[in-house]
Design a protein around this ligand. Structure first.
Ligand SMILES: [Mg+2]
Length: 354
């Protein structure tokens, strides 16, 4: 694999056919001041003004902040073995793609049509107000956290008030523009074969994530556990409340871990191992996958020894790249597929054969 130094980081080259595919995606990310050069692999800023982003090649998939530190972490996790490893993954924009056929993919909240156009419009208005604030690099974290609490609270209130039913969830998922990144199913299978638990830790909606897994993957994984906002329905299938503390994009921490319920219970499969919170907490090495700086808090409830953090930077790349590169061990740009993560996990487990 070729690599070269850029501003103290290593950027890993990618095959040309992948570069061609992502250069198309870049039209969605970059403002018009960026243009494509004669090579589809290299994007340059058209103007000549000095800028810290000027020398960065945003057409690359993979950016490793500190390759030596990453290599040390890989070695430590390999030495400890798969029995000490767990994966903690965000759902929306991490396991799922950000763009699908050129259109913005839907989130587990966003795909929901509650069968009441008035309330769908009210939730959309909230999205249009709060979403830019969520990803704004200029709003202070404390203020942003309060805004997210407001947003989630209002949205959940509208779902109850608007009379959401479980049937509407099934229908919404079947009509939704949502897809897993290529390689996600392979990742789940690889981890299940090695009894490595996967915690899907989401500020979305657990009931919808489970329905997406049912409809898009068509199989259950006994090693997957969902930590997310869980709905309570009455006997007629109407939403009446939410369980426990609201999880939003900036409070994914140890408190939320206690809300988890194993996915396999909802598939009627009770024979698989039950990864309760205690057993998960004994796995002290973590591979964390997220698309938001707040996702790094997903491992706060664990006294982990070694953590490798992988960030998917999907939006506002120009303004957020430095923050992501400083926060995550590896950053993937441009809706990268999950194949490199599968390779990484394979590497982490490679002591098995020795
Ligand atoms: Mg996300």
């Amino acid at each position: 694999m070729n690599s070269h130094r850029v501003q103290g980081s290593t950027i890993v080259s990618i095959p040309l056919h992948l570069a061609n595919a992502i250069s198309q995606q870049l039209h969605h990310f970059l403002p018009s001041k960026y243009c494509c050069t004669s090579s589809p692999r290299v994007w340059n800023r058209c103007c000549s003004a000095q800028n810290k982003m000027e020398n960065q090649d945003l057409s690359k998939f993979t950016i490793k902040g500190d390759p030596q530190s990453l290599q040390n972490k890989i070695s430590q996790i390999r030495m400890a073995g798969p029995s000490k490893l767990q994966v903690i993954a965000d759902f929306d924009g991490t396991l799922t793609r950000y763009f699908i056929n050129g259109s913005r993919g839907q989130s587990s909240h966003g795909l929901l049509q509650q069968g009441n156009p008035e309330y769908d419009a009210k939730r959309q208005a909230l999205y249009e107000y709060y979403h830019p604030l969520e990803f704004s690099p200029t709003v202070p974290l404390e203020e942003k956290t309060k805004l997210m609490e407001e947003w989630w609270g209002k949205t959940h209130g509208l779902l109850i008030e608007g009379g959401l039913t479980y049937d509407a969830i099934k229908k919404s998922v079947s009509n939704a523009l949502i897809a897993f990144r290529d390689g996600v199913v392979k990742l789940f299978e690889f981890l299940e074969e090695r009894d490595i638990p996967v915690l899907i830790f989401s500020a979305g909606l657990a009931d919808i994530i489970e329905e997406v897994l049912r409809q898009k993957v068509h199989k259950s994984f006994k090693n997957i556990k969902i930590v997310s906002n869980r709905m309570v329905f009455d006997k007629d299938g109407h939403l009446v409340s939410f369980k426990g503390k609201t999880i939003h994009s900036l409070n994914k921490n140890e408190h939320a871990l206690d809300m988890a319920a194993p996915l396999h219970e909802h598939f009627g499969d009770t024979d698989g191992p039950n990864y309760d919170n205690a057993s998960v907490k004994n796995r002290t090495n973590v591979l964390l996958l997220g698309d938001h700086i707040g996702d790094l808090g997903m491992s706060d409830g664990l006294k982990y020894e070694t953590r490798i953090s992988v960030g998917f930077l999907n939006d506002n790349i120009e303004n957020n790249l430095d923050n992501y590169r400083n926060a995550f061990d590896i950053v993937y740009l441009n809706d990268a597929p999950m194949w490199e993560v599968v390779e990484l996990v394979s590497q982490l487990c490679s002591n098995e054969a020795q």
